[in-house]
Ligand binder design. Structure first.
Ligand code: B12
Length: 488
């Protein structure tokens, strides 16, 4: 048996389909007996692991590891396996080992790191393990040789999601536990209709893994999967996790026509420039098909910074989309990376001014405030900061308070970001999120919204964001949802 483990990745509303291990499970069907342990549902995954190991011959424990909370919970579980069952191989896959393969292998409790798309790599790794032959031919695999030296096999070409079987949702047990109420609907599913991204933004963790490649599922298959989830489990909403759902207008149009009869409300991620190129009839068709909110990385108000990021976008395009999309009734969600390392203070003040302009053009537009948290980039990190950050050398170091706060963007402690600028960014985020409470917070009633707006509007009106203690206190009282931390 193979155990597929998804460590806990956050608070209970992160209880979404564990798509990564479901994808691996899909290709194991017929090739190996497997069981799923999902730390987002099971409060004691270590006991579930013990039970499975006591009653089965376990060939490997395969763990999905994303940077942040999931990596932090992956560590004690991997140590638990290593300590009690030292002979069982431990394989890490997902964004953490893909971005930091050497760091993962530096841990005594990680034997293999699978980089990027995992289906074929895992099957080939398993075949090599069973045959007792070496692993040198398995593309996309990193491992330790007999001297403990790290070996990184060549990359694997990306395959289309169409090439792989559909996800075995039924292996999750009671599937309805994963369909949570959100602002989109009563039963919200998640789906990933593509893999990778063709762009090369110099701040994004997707680039080093997929190297500007993207493969997309057939619109008919996407619609059929969602139709099945609706028929079997009654879904009425979906969040598409794709990095780039709207890459091609003809595909988006086809997808819209196929989704419309399902009456789903949905959220997806796109690019400002791509959406601007869409015709009015395509945007209207997307709305009719249930498009409720579209997330776009606007990133900066400064075209020089956008060029440095290799974003291939201008600030004027963001303003144009904010205004144009309004008449279609689709809410744009614009994410910004604050604090350009070359002049963080001017950048922060300019970005605040720009966001206020967006809000004037389209008061419904939602704003996500991000600090710039670099990930190693093959093209160099934007902002001229190469060499200024020494990334941790082990998962345990990544799990320390200093690096945990960095990863989840709570307190990144960046050498180029002065304390008062960091405070300005955080204070602005508190004020704007109270002045314009997100529609994503389905629990916040009319009174709560009115209260938050009431206490923050004078600050927003005069542009005074310093020390908004009363606003932060009111937000805490109402435990606001934080799209920055939770929607992606
Ligand atoms: C869903 C998601 C989340 C969800 C997770 C929900 C859950 N069920 O746990 C939530 C909202 C919690 C989340 C949070 C964060 N996320 Co997130 N998230 C994503 C997102 C949108 C989709 C991931 C996904 O499900 N993909 C679909 C599956 C099928 O693909 P996959 O996971 O890549 O799996 C494939 C391979 O990686 C591999 N694989 C994965 N696991 C395994 C395991 C084994 C054993 C094997 C063999 C292979 C394998 O095979 C799979 C099939 O090919 C990605 C962006 C993206 N579009 O990929 C960002 C992304 C992964 N997140 C990211 C980040 C940074 C975060 C946060 C740290 C951000 C924050 N503000 O705090 C937090 C904390 C992470 C955590 N929880 O531990 C970054 C990671 C890169 C980086 N910069 O470090 C990404 C890439 C977004 C981005 N563009 O920056 N996230």
């Amino acid at each position: 048996m193979i155990i597929l483990l998804h460590p806990r990745s956050g608070r209970p509303h992160n209880r979404r389909f564990p798509l990564s291990i479901l994808s691996i499970g899909a290709v194991l069907e017929g090739n190996a007996d497997y069981a799923i342990v999902d730390g987002n549902l099971d409060p004691h995954p270590e006991l579930a692991l013990d039970r499975l190991i006591a009653s089965h011959h376990v060939e490997a424990v395969a763990v999905s590891v994303m940077p942040g909370p999931q990596m932090v919970t992956a560590i004690p579980l991997s140590k638990h396996i290593r300590g009690r069952y030292p002979k069982i191989p431990i394989v890490w896959g997902g964004y953490f080992p893909s971005l930091y393969a050497d760091t993962a292998l530096n841990a005594g409790y990680v034997d293999f790191a699978i980089r990027g798309q995992g289906e074929d790599t895992f099957l080939e790794w398993l075949a090599a393990l069973r045959a007792g032959r070496g692993f040198a031919a398995v593309r996309g695999l990193s491992y330790k040789d007999q001297f403990g030296l790290h070996v990184h096999n060549p990359e694997r070409p990306l395959r289309s999601p169409n090439d792989f079987p559909r996800l075995p949702y039924h292996r999750l047990g009671d599937v309805r536990r994963y369909l949570l109420p959100t602002y989109l609907g009563r039963r919200t599913a998640v789906h990933h209709a593509s893999i990778g991204c063709p762009y090369r933004c110099r701040f994004c963790g997707v680039v080093p893994i997929f190297e500007s490649r993207q493969k997309t599922e057939d619109p008919a298959r996407t619609a059929a999967v969602l139709e099945g989830l609706q028929r079997d489990y009654g879904i009425d909403a979906v969040q598409f996790y794709d990095n780039n759902f709207f890459l091609s207008e003809s595909r988006a149009m086809e997808q819209a026509e196929l989704l419309a009869p399902l009456n789903l409300r949905w959220w997806a991620e796109g690019r400002v420039d791509t959406l601007l190129r869409y015709s009015d009839s395509t945007l209207a068709a997307l709305k009719r098909a249930g498009a409720t909110m579209i997330f776009c990385g606007a990133e900066s108000s400064n075209n020089r910074v956008l060029a440095d990021m290799n974003k291939q976008l201008t600030a004027e395009q963001t303003l144009e989309l904010a205004e144009r999309i309004r008449k279609f009734g689709i809410i744009p969600e614009f994410s910004f990376v604050f604090g350009d390392p070359r002049d963080p203070e001017t950048d922060t003040r300019d970005t605040i001014r720009f966001i206020r302009k967006i809000k004037r053009l389209n008061p419904q537009a939602e704003i996500i405030v991000q600090h710039y948290i670099p990930t190693p980039s093959p093209d160099g990190m934007y902002g001229g900061i190469d060499g200024q950050i020494q990334f941790p050398r082990t998962p345990d170091e990544w799990a320390s308070q200093r690096w945990y706060d960095y990863t989840i963007r709570r307190d990144p402690a960046l050498p180029w970001l002065p304390g008062q600028v960091k405070r300005l960014i955080d204070d602005f985020e508190i004020v704007i999120s109270a002045r314009w409470p997100t529609v994503q917070d389905a629990h916040l009633g009319r009174w709560g919204r009115a209260l938050l707006k009431g206490i923050s509007s004078w600050r927003y009106a005069v542009g005074f964001y310093d020390f908004p203690l009363e606003v932060a206190w009111a937000q805490k009282l109402m435990t606001l949802r934080k799209p920055r931390m939770e929607s992606l």
